[in-house]
Structures are given as structure tokens and as C-alpha cells.
Design a protein around this ligand. Structure first.
Ligand code: GSH
Length: 207
């Protein structure tokens, strides 16, 4: 039995998309961060840091979105996370790249432009915005070149890396960011968004 505890922001969305695409049977449990549900004793007993996403599998708990995506790909024996070690490492390299670099810049922009004003956390930090914008454009330019020759990030096949990265990049819609300069990134994004798993995952979220 798989149960995913999450909230509709990028870290949970990565895992929700991967679970849905893997075809595993699972339940989605909303942990409403706005109501502080992640701070409850019952949630803290499941996960020490009190963060989402959290995966429950047969009474065991796993936190960290990257670890959850890799685990789901492994236990489902899915081609989304290839068994071949080099191919698997090529998927891993994109997970790590998005966590440490391009996804991080999108998350910074989201935090500064959406989260801070929404929750009264102060003015956007201009230096952070400038740094994130500069590196996001630099890295998107390189990614656009790579996606000119391939439909997917790794091994010429859709993988957990594409779904993971998609959850970061989709934040462009709510921040002041355009993908117009990156037609191959936009085409890759549209290709993922057209998959049934994305619609099914989104349908599990509260309206
Ligand atoms: N590195 C973690 C980040 C998890 C995380 O920061 N989750 C946020 C929501 S996107 C959270 O639970 N925030 C509530 C809190 O930190 O109190 C992952 O990738 O899973």
C-alpha cells in the first residue's frame, strides 16, 4: 500500500507525477501547510523534519522528493528508472542537476515572487531574484540546445527525471518568467504536460 502525503508545490508535485506515471496504486493525502498540518504531532511521528512530500509504503516512511522518486521508479520496475546502471546514472544526473541548479533557481523565483508576498514574509530580495534569473536563463539556454536533439532528458526515453524537472519548470507560469526564448524546452514541457499521468495527478489535488 502506497500513500503520498503532500501539498501542491513543486516538491510534492514531482513525487505525485512520478507515482502516477509509474502506474502504482496509491492514495494521495493532502497535508495542508497553510493550516499547519505538517506541524501536528501525528505528522511529526511519521517524519522527523515535518516536511512534505512523505511516502508511506507498507508502514514504512520515506522523505525527500528525490529519494521518493528513485524508490518509486525502483519498486515499480519501471523503465522510468532504468535498471542499466549507466542509464540510471544518466537519469540521476538530471535529478541532481535540477535539485541543485535549474530547479533551485525556479524555486528561488517562486519563493521571492509568490510565497513572500502571499504570506507577508517581506519584500522580494532583489539580489536573489537577479542571481536566480541570470542562472536560470544561462542553464535554460544550454538545456534548449540539448533538447533540440532529444525529446527527453536522459537515454532518449521518458524517465523520472523529466517528471521531476517538469514540476520545477511549471512554476514559470506563476512567476514572471517566459520560456519563449527556449522553443525546445517549451516543446519538451508541452510533451510532458500532454501525458495522461499529469492530468490524473492534478485531478487528485483540491480544487
Ligand atoms: N528537499 C525536500 C524539501 C521539502 C520541503 O521543503 N517541503 C516544503 C513544501 S515544498 C515543506 O514541507 N515546508 C514546510 C516546512 O518546512 O515547514 C524535498 O525535496 O522533499
Amino acid at each position: 500500500m502506497f500513500r503520498l502525503y503532500g501539498f501542491p508545490t513543486q516538491n510534492s508535485m514531482k513525487t505525485l507525477y512520478v507515482l502516477e506515471e509509474s502506474g502504482l496504486d496509491f492514495e494521495f493525502v493532502l497535508v495542508d501547510l497553510e493550516k499547519g498540518e505538517h506541524k501536528s504531532d501525528s505528522f511529526r511521528q511519521k517524519t522527523p523534519m515535518g516536511k512534505v512530500p512523505l511516502l508511506e509504503h507498507d508502514g514504512e516512511y520515506l522523505f525527500e522528493s528525490g529519494a521518493i522518486c528513485r524508490y518509486v521508479g525502483s519498486v515499480s520496475n519501471s523503465p522510468l528508472y532504468p535498471a542499466d546502471l549507466l542509464q540510471r546514472a544518466r537519469v540521476d544526473q538530471w535529478l541532481d542537476f535540477f535539485s541543485c541548479h535549474l530547479g533551485r533557481w525556479f524555486s528561488t523565483l517562486f519563493f521571492e515572487q509568490v510565497i513572500k508576498p502571499k504570506y507577508g514574509l517581506g519584500d522580494p530580495n532583489e539580489a536573489s531574484l537577479e542571481e536566480a534569473t541570470k542562472f536560470a536563463h544561462q542553464q535554460l539556454g544550454i538545456l534548449d540546445g540539448l533538447l533540440q536533439d532529444s525529446d527527453w532528458l536522459a537515454n532518449d526515453a521518458v524517465s523520472i527525471a523529466d517528471l521531476f524537472a517538469f514540476a520545477y519548470v511549471e512554476q514559470y507560469r506563476v512567476i514572471e518568467f517566459s520560456l519563449n526564448e527556449y522553443p525546445h524546452v517549451q516543446a519538451w514541457f508541452d510533451r510532458i504536460e500532454a501525458r495522461d499521468s499529469i492530468a490524473k495527478a492534478r485531478a487528485r489535488l483540491p480544487k
